[in-house]
Each structure stands twice: as C-alpha cells, then as structure tokens.
Design a protein around this ligand. Structure first.
Ligand SMILES: Cc1cc2nc3c(=O)[nH]c(=O)nc-3n(C[C@H](O)[C@H](O)[C@H](O)COP(=O)(O)OP(=O)(O)OC[C@H]3O[C@@H](n4cnc5c(N)ncnc54)[C@H](O)[C@@H]3O)c2cc1C
Length: 333
C-alpha cells in the first residue's frame, strides 16, 4: 500500500493518522513541535458525534474528560444569559489530548517524527494539516492560560468585552482554562492575558483572575489569525483548509471530522484504486459539502456578535424570549 505523509501534528494531523492506522494504511506524521505542549485553545469540544470518535479511535481517549452542559454569557460587570447547551460538550486540555493521540498513533504503528518541519510542496500522498496560515495584517491575538482556585458559575462562562471575548471552562483536576480572542495590542501595550482582559473592559473578570492561582507554564499566545475566507489549498485539512472563528464555531470538531472524511478517501488511494488527483477532488467535494455552510455562518456571526449593536440585539431578543439559540447553534455546528 502507498504511505500517506501528513504535515502537521495538531488535531487534524493526529486524528487523520489515527483514522488511517485504524484502516491499516501506512502513515507518516511530521510535526514541527513536540508533545506534550500547551496550545491556545478554548479546550471545549462541541458537536463531536460518536461515529467520528469511533472511526478516529478517540472513544477511550475522551472517556475520562469533563463534560459541560451549561453556559453563562456575561457583559462587563453583569450576567446576560444562562442556558443549557443543545448537546453535551467535552472539556480536555490540548496538553493531555494531543499527547494521548500522539501516543495512540505510535502504538497503532504510525511513524511520528517530531521537532521536524515538513515541506508544503504538493505531491501525491502528502496532506497538509499544519494549522492556520499566518496573515501579517491580522488584527487578532489569541491568549490562554490555566488557573487554579477559580470558581465558575456554570460549566462554560463566556465573557464579551470590547471587541473581545473570553471563555472559561473546567478541564482536568481543579484547573480552569481561560482563553480569549482579543484585538492585537498596540506598540508598548501590555500583552499578558489579564492585561488584555482588563483592556477589553472586563474589569471584574480581571480581578477574579488576579485572585486565582495562574499556572505560568501554561500561558501561550497566537497571532496572525485571519478569519476571512481563504482559497482552500488542494490537499489540506483543519485550520490549514479554513479557519472557523472560535466564538461561533468549533474548529477542533471540524479538524476531527475532516480527518475522518479524509481517512476514508485516502484508504482507497493507498490501496491503489484511485489516482491522487481523483482522491483529492472527491475529498474537496466532501469537505465543501460538510463545512462550507458552517464556515460561512461562523464568519458572518463572528463580527456581529462582537459588535455592541449585535450584542444589544442578542440581549433584547433574549429578554423577549425570541433568541433562536438552537437554530443559531445548528447553523455553526
Ligand atoms: C483563541 C482560540 C480559541 C479556540 N477555542 C476553541 C474551542 O474552544 N473549541 C474548538 O473546537 N476550537 C477552538 N479553537 C480552534 C482550534 O484550536 C483549531 O481549529 C484546531 O486546533 C485546528 O487544528 P489543526 O490540527 O488544523 O491545527 P493546529 O492544532 O494548529 O496544528 C497544526 C500543527 O502543525 C504543525 N506545523 C506547522 N507547520 C509545520 C510544518 N511545516 N511541518 C510540520 N509541522 C508543522 C504545528 O506545530 C501544529 O502542531 C480556538 C482557536 C483559537 C485561536
């Protein structure tokens, strides 16, 4: 059988590797970093179906993870909306999840090369899963850190600030993941998580974080995020294929589901029953059908929900009991 070479060992790359090994396909994964490591991520997985978990061998890995059912939305200083999630979500740190997936990939006979950069040149058998393609002019920065001794009012707290949002969720042990998307700080402005929370007008949340115990080693940042529609490159998965705004979407589940679709198509190529060009064209069609609408709605709702007028509308609709939470959730998931 042909070997599939995956460039990038984030969620898309690791899950594709697992899906391929479950089908007996030889897979080589090239990852620039090492495991385990912390990554900027809300660590909140929504809408992941049982079939995808089974296909990607994730059932055991996710079995011990925390579950989340309720959400509290807050504006600076006061809670706005409390509701149950349409589906139960899974909360697990990327530190633990990526490490468990990398170990499972190796145990399943996959070849994993870490601390090694792969080439982006297109060639038969090579799939790009190397995450976002950084955009120099981007106005966003993502920050995350774990905290202890921080009580949450619901399973997920979402705080909406000035052009920013912050999500808080419980993960393993007594840790709480705090992760947000903020406008990029100007020259000379402090760029720590609590500084950005404060700058977004979320003073009460900043005080809570100052009173909690921050785990220094978990702090990380990412810049160059661009949520405008990119032209999808041919053989690509996950964020490399298209970034979905984290506030409205579920990038981790998109990465996992796209890997499950790709594993099915790539098995046929690996067994020599289709050419590479045919395989990639079918895969692109699968990805378009499954994700084009979600990505489009995510990009429409993202700026609207972060703008004060959009948030006022949400508030009023909620007060009048007209907020279509279920349909909005389904549009993005
Ligand atoms: C602030 C923020 C909060 C988020 N919160 C959530 C959330 O709560 N829930 C959710 O579902 N999604 C969330 N997301 C989105 C989610 O994190 C991503 O969609 C998901 O991680 C994408 O996975 P990926 O495998 O495509 O990319 P990544 O996880 O970025 O992995 C790409 C990998 O490729 C490697 N790489 C890059 N270049 C090379 C190279 N040349 N050679 C080898 N390796 C290379 C990198 O080291 C990296 O390990 C959030 C994103 C942000 C920015």
């Amino acid at each position: 059988m042909h070997t599939v070479e995956i460039i990038g060992g984030g969620l898309a790359g690791l899950s594709l590797g697992l899906g391929l090994r479950a089908r007996g396909v030889p897979a080589r994964l090239i990852e620039a970093g090492t495991y385990p490591r912390h990554r900027v991520c809300g660590e909140f997985i929504t809408g992941l179906d049982d079939e995808t978990r089974r296909e990607l061998q994730l059932t055991d890995i996710l079995a011990g993870a925390r579950l989340a059912r309720s959400v509290l939305w807050s504006e600076p200083g006061y809670p706005v909306l409390r509701h149950d999630l349409p589906e139960v979500a899974v909360c697990i740190s990327r530190y633990r999840l990526d490490e468990a997936m990398a170990s499972a990939f190796r145990a399943a006979g996959g070849e994993l090369r870490t601390a090694c950069r792969g080439s982006a040149d297109a060639r038969p058998g090579r799939i790009m899963a190397s995450g976002r393609r950084p955009q120099p002019g981007s106005r966003w920065v993502g920050l995350k850190q774990h905290f202890h001794q921080l009580e949450l009012q619901e399973d997920l707290e979402l705080h909406l600030g000035r052009g920013a949002y912050v999500g808080l969720t419980r993960i393993e042990g007594s840790a709480v993941n705090v992760c947000g998307l903020f406008p990029r700080p100007g020259r000379g402005e402090a760029c720590g998580l609590i500084d950005r929370v404060e700058a977004a007008g979320l003073t009460f949340l900043a005080r809570r974080l100052q009173a909690a115990r921050a785990v220094k080693a978990t702090a990380c940042a990412v810049a160059g995020l661009d949520y405008r529609r990119p032209a999808p490159p041919s053989a690509a998965l996950g964020d490399y294929h298209g970034l979905i705004p984290p506030f409205t979407g579920h990038g981790m589940t998109v990465a996992l589901q796209s890997a499950a679709l790709a594993a099915r198509r790539l098995e046929v190529w690996a067994r020599g029953r289709l050419t590479w060009e045919e395989t990639i064209s079918l895969l692109q069609r699968d990805l378009r059908r499954r994700f084009a609408r979600k990505l489009a709605w995510g990009r429409i709702l993202h700026p609207w929900l972060l703008a004060p007028q959009g948030r006022r509308a949400v508030h009023l609709l909620h007060r009048w009991r007209l907020l279509p939470l279920g349909p909005l959730y389904r549009l993005c998931h």
